[in-house]
Write a protein that binds this ligand. Structure first.
Ligand SMILES: Cc1cc2nc3c(=O)[nH]c(=O)nc-3n(C[C@H](O)[C@H](O)[C@H](O)COP(=O)(O)O)c2cc1C
Length: 167
């Protein structure tokens, strides 16, 4: 016999599974640390916010060892991944000692960015808000580029997927 789940059960594990029903794209947020080393963090909390002024946000886990870099960076970039970049997403979801070795980066508007990303939004910090165990970082877009016609990397119910978009 199966038991219906208690709708009042907001245990973080269950909450995360429910949030996972919302399929998202995947980004890597990048910045230089105070020593000038490039740092990247996989984030699917990216959201467009405003066209005028041009604003976006992502939610930063305060417990991340890399959080201080993004909380203090004067520039950061949001790199939207295409379907061929799952390995990069996995890599930047864990803080590894390999850092950026072998990653094809260029500097754009004061932040390191992925040369091959589907879209890149270069940002200056605009505002930061309390978001519980996350911090909501709003960036003001200062520059952007994008390459349409590629298939996006999707994250849904804890797994990577891709959607083929016919031309
Ligand atoms: C698909 C995916 C999406 C993620 N999205 C976010 C996010 O939006 N914000 C965030 O802070 N961490 C996110 N993470 C987790 C971070 O990439 C990272 O693993 C975590 O913050 C631990 O970082 P640390 O190794 O610096 O401690 C995501 C991980 C994955 C696999």
């Amino acid at each position: 016999m199966t038991h219906a789940a208690d709708p009042l059960d907001l245990h973080p594990r269950r909450l995360r599974d429910a949030f996972g029903c919302f399929g998202t794209g995947v980004t890597i947020v990048t910045a230089f640390d105070p020593d000038g080393r490039a740092v990247g963090l996989t984030a699917n909390s990216f959201t467009s916010v405003s066209l005028d002024p041009p604003l976006l946000l992502f939610c930063l886990d305060r417990r991340s060892r890399r959080a201080p870099v993004f909380q203090s960076a004067e520039r950061f970039a949001v790199n939207v991944l295409h379907a061929g970049q799952e390995a990069l997403s996995t890599r930047f979801a864990r803080g590894t000692s390999e850092g950026m070795d072998g990653v094809d980066l260029v500097e754009e508007d004061g932040a390191p960015v992925l040369r091959d990303a589907m879209a890149v939004f270069s940002c200056r910090p605009h505002a930061a808000y309390d978001g519980g165990d996350h911090c909501i970082l709003i960036g003001r877009v200062s520059r952007l580029r994008f390459e349409p016609g590629q298939d996006p990397l999707i994250y849904f119910q804890g797994r990577y997927r891709s959607v083929h978009v016919p031309e």
